[in-house]
Design a protein around this ligand. Structure first.
Ligand code: CP
Length: 319
């Protein structure tokens, strides 16, 4: 076993081999990814946007759940690193004939895959795959169930650093459906590791995990109290596809208490920035006037996602 047994996404030298979760990832590796991404954001602004770091490598996008931003920006990032990119069309693959995920991956690995980008509705699917591939293959989690979405967490950190420079004096609020959100978990782990002193989670009791405060966050049920004087407002999507039973009276009721409107945003610091991982439910989590307003950095988040994904893939390929 050449991976680090206490953190199987690291190799024996403590370097990143797979990216499965931000939980337990050393601070130095987070900074390495953020710094590397910064240099790639420069590349993406050049006329010639390609660098040869992944030339000759085959990157397979395996998205067992729908995606617009993550799948596309991974593809752009891999192409800018000069990799060959294969997007498996899951609906037209032998998955529909009952092939298991591990058999699908084994067959693609036999086609000389170097890296798999995996999104799956089941928490832990990328971990499972990582335990069954050859040692030279890298796995990147592109979102698994409610568990983790590490590259989203990283691009959110990149966005915050871009606008706020450092994390050491920030108040950050994460708002909405924390219970079902893999994004919120990745954000909390990254903010904590990077030294953010105050993380608030805001939502109704039914949409907060029990004992969430054990993650070191402050819990608010009243959005107006929770937003007071924050520097960063991170909205989340209501994950209706992961909800079982009636956790909410109605979307309208949710919007009334937890939707981000201009009057609620006015309680945050005047220079506060607003993030949302997308896709947005306008008029449910966020009002259009805020989503499209001067404090929104929602579209820059998407652009920074390319640099972050280039950074992750190039670091893995080099380790
Ligand atoms: N933020 C995010 O994961 O968006 P997609 O589902 O479009 O990839």
């Amino acid at each position: 076993m050449w991976l680090n047994p206490s953190n199987p996404q690291l190799n024996k030298n403590g370097e990143l081999h797979h990216l499965l979760t931000l939980e337990g990832l050393p601070e130095a590796i987070l900074w390495q990814i953020l710094d590397t991404a910064k240099s790639f954001v420069g590349v993406t602004q050049r006329e010639v946007k390609k660098v040869p770091l992944l030339r000759g490598k085959a990157v397979f996008n395996l998205f067992f759940e729908p995606s617009t931003r993550t799948r596309t920006t991974f593809e752009i990032a891999a192409k800018r690193l000069s990799a060959d990119v294969i997007n498996l069309a899951i609906n037209q693959s032998s998955q529909s004939k009952g092939e298991s995920v591990l058999d699908t991956v084994a067959n693609l690995a036999a086609m000389q895959a170097d890296m798999f980008i995996v999104r799956h509705a089941a928490s832990g699917a990328p971990h499972l795959i990582s335990r069954h591939v050859a040692p030279e293959i890298h796995i990147i989690n592109a979102g698994d169930g409610r568990h983790a979405h590490p590259t989203q967490g990283l691009l959110d950190m990149f966005t915050i650093r871009h606008y706020k420079q450092d994390f050491s004096s920030l108040r950050v609020a994460i708002i909405g459906d924390i219970l079902h959100s893999r994004v919120a978990r990745s954000q909390i782990h990254a903010l904590t590791t990077l030294g953010c002193p105050e993380i608030r989670v805001i939502g109704p009791k039914t949409l907060l995990p029990s004992h969430v405060e054990k993650l070191g966050v402050h819990v608010y049920h009243d959005m107006r109290n929770g937003l007071k004087d924050v520097d960063v407002v991170m909205m989340l999507r209501l994950q209706s596809e992961r909800m079982q039973g009636a956790l909410l009276p109605s979307a309208q009721e949710f919007y009334k208490y937890y939707g981000l409107t201009e009057d609620k945003l006015a309680l945050a610091r005047p220079d506060a920035i607003v993030l949302h991982p997308g896709p947005m439910n306008r008029g449910v989590e966020i009002d259009s006037s805020v989503a499209d307003g001067g404090q929104s950095v929602i579209l820059p988040q998407v652009t920074f996602g390319i640099g972050i994904r280039m950074a992750v893939m190039s670091i893995l390929a080099g380790n």
